[in-house]
Write a protein that binds this ligand. Structure first.
Ligand SMILES: Cc1ncc(COP(=O)(O)O)c(C=O)c1O
Length: 452
C-alpha cells in the first residue's frame, strides 16, 4: 500500500513547469516552480511545519499550546494545517488588504482570525505584526512564530526549495526569481544555490511602493506607498531578508503583476496569485537580456483560488483601473458607460411612430437609434436618412418606424474585446451588445475613442 501519514508529508517536492506562450521570442528556458501544488496551496506550507518543528525541538511549544502569527494569509494556512494535525490552537492577525477567501480558508482550518487596517504603519501599535506580538504576550502557553525573524523560515528553503531546484535542473539553473515578503524564500533558496554555484543570479521581484529595491541600491529606507499585490513588499526590512544573497531587485507595477498572473492562467494554465505575476513579469523582463544557455526559475507563490473576488474578477480590475487593454470587453465598456451616468440603452420598437422616434432622438441629442422587438434587433433609425424621406413626405411622421427603418447595427456578444469590435465601427455608426440573446447596450464611435 502506498499512502501518506498526513497531508504534511505532501509539502514540497513541487514540479517545475516550462513557460511556452508567454516565453515566445525569448531565448532562455523559463520554468515555474509550482508551489501552488503544496497541500495548503502556497510556498508557505514549507515554513509552517518548519517553524512548528523548531519550536517543538526547542521546547517552546507544549501540548495544547497556541500558535500566533502576523500573516498575509498563506503562512497562516501553512501553520493552521500543521496545527490541526499536531493539535495546537492558532490565532492569526491579518490586514484588511487580504482577500476574504484567505480569511475563510483559515477559519475552515480551525484558526481564529483577527483583521486590522492595512493602513497602520509598522511602528504603530495597530500594525498587524505589533498586534500579533501583543496577543502572544497576553496568551498563556503560546508562541509567536514570527516568520519575519524566525531562522526556521529561510532554513526551510535552504533545506528543501534550494536542493529541489538544483536537482530538478541538474545544476543548470542560472537565475532564480522570487518575491520578498519575509525574505525567507529568497534568502534560504538563494543561499543554497550560491553555495552550489556562486554565479547563479538571485533576483528579487518587488512591487513599486515597497522599500526593498531602493534599500538594496542606496542603503536607505525611502517612504513606502500603497500597492495592491498581496504577500510581497514591505515598508521595513525584515530580519529574514538577507540582501547579500540577492544580486538585483526588479520593481513591478500592480498592473503588470495582475495582468501577467491573469495571462499565466489563460495562456499557460498556471492558476496563480498576484505575487506570482510579479515574479513572472520580472523573469520575462530578465529573459530579454539573456541567452539560450540560461535557465530561469521563478516561484509560483500560491493558487488563484484565493483571489477570485479580487484581481481575477474583471469588475475588481476595472474598479482599480488595472484591466489590461486586451481584456476590455464591449460588455465592460457598456457597464462603465452606464455607471458614468450616461442613459441606458435607448431604443424604439418597429411599431413606434416616426414622430415619437424623432422626438426621442431630439430630447437625447442622438442621431441614431436601434429598433428592438422583444430584445432582438430588427433594424435601425439614422437621422440623416429619415429626415431626407420626411422632407419629401411629411405624412410619414404618423407611420410606424418599420416603414422607413434601415438595416440593424452590427450585433456583438458582450464578451468580445473592444479592439475586435472596433472594426465594425468603421462601417456602422454604432454596435449593439448582446448578452444571452438579448440586446443590452449600444456603443458609438465616441464611446470607444478612449480605448487605445
Ligand atoms: C502570496 C505570497 N507571495 C509571496 C510571498 C513572499 O515570500 P517570503 O515571505 O518567503 O519572502 C508571500 C509571503 O507572505 C506571500 O504570501
Amino acid at each position: 500500500m502506498k499512502y501518506y501519514n498526513s497531508v504534511l508529508e505532501l509539502v514540497g517536492r513541487t514540479p517545475l513547469v516550462r513557460l511556452n506562450r508567454l516565453a515566445r521570442g525569448l531565448k532562455p528556458l523559463i520554468l515555474a516552480k509550482m508551489e501552488s501544488h503544496n497541500p495548503g496551496g502556497s510556498v508557505k506550507d514549507r515554513i509552517g511545519i518548519a517553524m512548528i518543528d523548531r519550536a517543538e525541538r526547542l521546547g517552546e511549544l507544549k501540548p495544547g499550546g497556541t500558535i500566533i502569527e502576523a500573516t498575509s494569509g498563506n503562512t497562516g494556512i501553512g501553520l493552521a494545517l500543521a496545527c490541526s494535525i499536531r493539535g495546537y490552537r492558532s490565532i492569526f492577525v491579518m490586514t484588511d488588504k487580504c482577500s476574504q477567501e484567505k480569511v475563510r480558508y483559515l477559519k475552515a482550518l480551525g484558526a481564529d482570525v483577527i483583521v486590522v487596517p492595512a493602513a497602520a504603519k509598522s511602528d504603530s501599535p495597530d500594525h498587524y505584526v505589533a498586534l500579533a506580538r501583543r496577543i502572544a504576550s497576553e496568551t498563556p502557553n503560546s508562541i509567536l512564530t514570527n516568520q519575519y525573524g524566525n531562522p526556521a523560515n529561510p532554513e526551510a528553503h535552504y533545506n528543501s526549495t534550494g536542493p529541489e531546484l538544483w536537482e530538478a535542473t541538474d545544476g543548470r539553473i542560472t537565475h532564480f526569481v522570487a518575491g520578498m515578503g519575509t525574505g525567507g524564500t529568497i534568502s534560504g533558496t538563494g543561499r543554497f544555490l550560491k553555495e552550489k554555484n556562486p554565479a547563479i543570479h538571485i533576483i528579487g521581484a518587488d512591487p513599486y511602493g515597497s522599500v526593498f529595491k531602493t534599500f538594496k541600491e542606496t542603503g536607505k529606507i525611502m517612504g513606502s506607498s500603497p500597492y495592491l499585490v498581496e504577500g510581497v513588499g514591505q515598508d521595513m526590512i525584515p530580519e529574514n531578508v538577507h540582501l547579500k544573497y540577492i544580486d538585483e531587485i526588479i520593481n513591478v507595477t500592480d498592473r503588470d503583476s495582475f495582468n501577467t498572473a491573469r495571462r499565466l492562467g489563460r495562456e499557460e494554465g498556471i492558476f496563480c496569485g498576484g505575487s506570482t505575476g510579479t515574479n513572472a513579469w520580472a523573469a520575462l523582463r530578465l529573459a530579454e537580456r539573456l541567452t539560450e544557455d540560461d535557465v530561469i526559475v521563478f516561484i509560483v507563490c500560491d493558487t488563484g483560488e484565493r483571489y477570485l473576488s479580487k484581481f481575477l474578477s474583471d469588475e475588481w480590475m476595472k474598479e482599480k483601473r488595472l484591466l489590461g487593454e486586451e481584456r476590455m470587453t464591449v460588455g465592460l465598456l457598456n457597464e462603465m458607460k452606464i455607471r458614468s451616468g450616461k442613459p441606458p440603452l435607448l431604443f424604439v420598437s418597429s411599431e413606434t411612430l416616426i414622430a415619437e422616434t424623432l422626438d426621442l432622438m431630439d430630447r437625447h441629442s442622438i442621431s441614431q437609434l436601434p429598433v428592438i422587438d422583444e430584445g432582438r434587433s430588427v433594424g435601425s433609425i439614422r437621422e440623416q436618412h429619415i429626415m431626407a424621406q420626411i422632407i419629401d413626405d411629411r405624412d410619414l411622421l404618423q407611420q410606424p418606424v418599420s416603414s422607413v427603418m434601415d438595416l440593424s447595427f452590427p450585433v456583438v456578444n458582450e464578451a468580445v474585446e473592444v479592439n475586435r469590435a472596433k472594426s465594425f465601427l468603421k462601417e456602422a455608426p454604432a454596435i449593439l451588445i448582446e448578452e444571452y440573446g438579448r440586446i443590452i447596450g449600444l456603443l458609438t464611435r465616441y464611446d470607444v475613442l478612449d480605448i487605445s
